[in-house]
Design a binder for this molecule. Structure first.
Ligand code: NAG
Ligand code: NAG
Ligand code: NAG
Ligand code: NAG
Ligand code: NAG
Length: 504
């Protein structure tokens, strides 16, 4: 006989306190399945049908004030419009990702550990609030775009699994945003930010690292970061049953209990979960029994390894080992949320195939244009009476983004095949070597100019960083930061460029 909770689970509905049946959220489904959420994080939507509190907090660069973004209605999609209006004409960072479970397991800027982050005192960077726009059932919302150096953490947790205790977790990720760095993770990690040994973590990993385990094909893969190893199955090396992921939106599941764990995944926009591995713990010392510590990480490894990238939209951790049926209902709920892509650019349109020159808008520099001298990308004073050579140096052909077709690349007019790319946050002109790294570093997304003129042009892979002139050299820069070229003074002007038909 079906119990009420199993009936609710089967129907994907939940009985509210006032007696009405409403569509269940993921955490309602885990609860009905007897494995409640102990942490629930999402910048895109409520994960309980009754949740109407704050989903996340953003801080804007113009005055350092913060605001919290809530769902449009209980159980609904984040109010992306509220973020858009708060962040107009300035930069915005995600400062807190609230825990919806009521346990206070919020995620904030990760502190240094075995590895240092790039910010003051070794903290990790915060994510841009605008790097990962999406729609859910047609409503605009934003995910958490993790660039290398970015990370969130909570070391003072309540209710997460420790030792060999059972837990489950899922996350909805961007299946096309990844790298081979260590480690784009979400889940259970050390409470002291250090590598404390095999079996001290149990987290979702997504990327194409081949340092530890691998799956079939060339990746990216879902694996479990169990500390000192990314595992795709029982073998510490390779599980051919763990597929390369190709879907834009990806549901990733890791769960574990004494000498048993599983990896499951699905296209988050359609279809159902497949099991990539379900069986005993890896046959390697330290992973059976596990020694989980219960901290929660996002975007980093347990020892604060910070070289990975990826995008997180939503995820939870549970108490207890969820059944496959419960997870199947959660996947159906994710599909029903209808994740879809939306434009990565806004403001004055740049036309692919056109040739443009980009004029600085900072007072005193308005005769200077984005140009190059050899490999150096700089600004130079250019006019209709300049030499042809100089005009060509300040002329760029707008191309479809080499690393993301929703954005742009800028090909040199006088050096075809060479593009503007960033390298250690300095812009250089270089020939494409066709690597994934080159393509991504040569991809830029435009929006309305921060100072109200023209366009601001952010690095696709580092959406906190915009193309900026500083001492007449060009960088990608954050609005305030440790590099001299990140200076907050004059930022909005230095990152705003007016495009016109090219000089040459
Ligand atoms: C914002 O805070 C940072 C760091 O505390 C500070 O350097 C900066 O001047 C502040 N900006 C504004 C506009 O208050
Ligand atoms: C969304 O945010 C905007 C701007 O803050 C606000 O005016 C609007 O009422 C909010 N919508 C809902 C449904 O709360
Ligand atoms: C674990 O691996 C070792 C070394 O490869 C092997 O001798 C042992 O039989 C394996 N144990 C199990 C339970 O598979
Ligand atoms: C930078 O450009 C400004 C304005 O054109 C000019 O006054 C200044 O001398 C230049 N600085 C350098 C270091 O080239
Ligand atoms: C340009 O690309 C070549 C080949 O990929 C590389 O060796 C060189 O370091 C690059 N130069 C700059 C300035 O990035």
């Amino acid at each position: 006989m079906l119990s009420l909770s199993n009936l609710e689970l089967a129907l994907g509905l939940v009985l509210t306190a006032t007696g009405s049946l409403v569509a269940a959220g993921p955490c309602d489904l885990y609860s009905s399945g007897g494995t409640p959420c102990v942490a629930a994080h999402s910048t895109t939507r409520a994960l309980y049908s009754a949740f109407s509190g704050s989903l996340y907090q953003v801080k804007r660069g113009s005055d350092n004030t913060t605001t919290s973004i809530a769902p449009l209605s209980a159980g609904g999609v984040a109010n992306g419009t509220a973020q858009d209006s708060f962040c107009t004409g300035t930069t915005c960072l995600i400062t807190i990702i609230y825990d919806q479970s009521g346990r206070g397991n919020h995620l904030t800027q990760a502190p240094p550990g075995g590895f240092q982050g790039p910010e003051a005192n070794g903290y990790d960077s915060l994510a841009s609030a605008t790097g990962a726009p999406v729609t859910l059932n047609g409503h605009k919302a934003y995910g958490v775009f993790i660039s290398p150096g970015t990370g969130y953490r909570n070391d003072k947790v309540s209710g997460t699994a420790t030792g060999d205790a059972a837990e489950g977790m899922y996350a909805v990720l961007d299946g096309t945003h990844y790298n081979g760095g260590c480690c784009f993770d979400y889940g259970n990690a050390e409470t002291n930010n250090l590598d404390t040994g095999n079996g001290h973590m149990e987290a979702i990993y997504f990327g194409d690292s081949t340092t530890w385990g691998t799956g079939s094909g060339s990746g990216p893969w879902l694996m479990a970061d169990l500390e000192n190893g990314l595992f795709s199955g029982v073998s510490p090396a390779n599980n051919p049953g763990d597929p390369s992921i190709t879907s834009r939106f990806f549901t990733a599941i890791v769960k574990g209990k004494p000498n048993q764990w599983a990896l499951r995944g699905a296209n988050a926009a359609s279809g159902s979960l497949s099991t990539y591995y379900s069986g005993v713990r890896p046959n390697k010392t330290g992973y059976n029994p596990m020694s989980k510590e219960g901290a929660i990480i996002l975007g980093i490894g347990g020892d604060n390894s910070v070289s990975a990238q990826g995008t997180f939209y939503e995820g939870v951790m549970t108490s207890g080992y969820p059944t496959d049926d419960t997870e199947n209902s959660v996947q159906a709920d994710i599909v029903a949320a209808k994740y879809a892509t939306t434009s990565l650019t806004s403001g004055p349109a740049l036309t692919v195939g056109s040739s443009i020159s980009l004029r600085a808008t900072t007072a005193g520099y308005t005769t200077r244009y984005l140009a190059h001298t050899g490999a150096t990308v700089n600004t130079q004073v250019v006019s209709s009476s300049s030499t042809t050579a100089l005009k060509q140096q300040a002329s760029w052909t707008v191309r479809t983004g080499l690393g993301n077709s929703a954005c742009y690349s800028f090909e040199s007019k006088d050096t075809p095949g060479s593009y503007i790319r960033h390298n250690n946050f300095v812009l250089v002109l270089n020939a494409s070597d066709s690597s994934k790294q080159f393509k991504e570093d040569a991809t830029f997304c435009s929006s309305a100019g921060m100072n109200g003129q023209g366009n601001s042009i952010r690095a696709w892979g580092y959406p906190t960083k915009h193309v900026r002139h500083y001492t007449n050299v060009s960088y990608i820069a954050t609005n305030g930061g440790l590099n001299t070229f990140d200076a907050a003074a004059s930022y909005n002007d230095d990152v705003s460029w007016v495009a016109s038909t090219s000089f040459a």
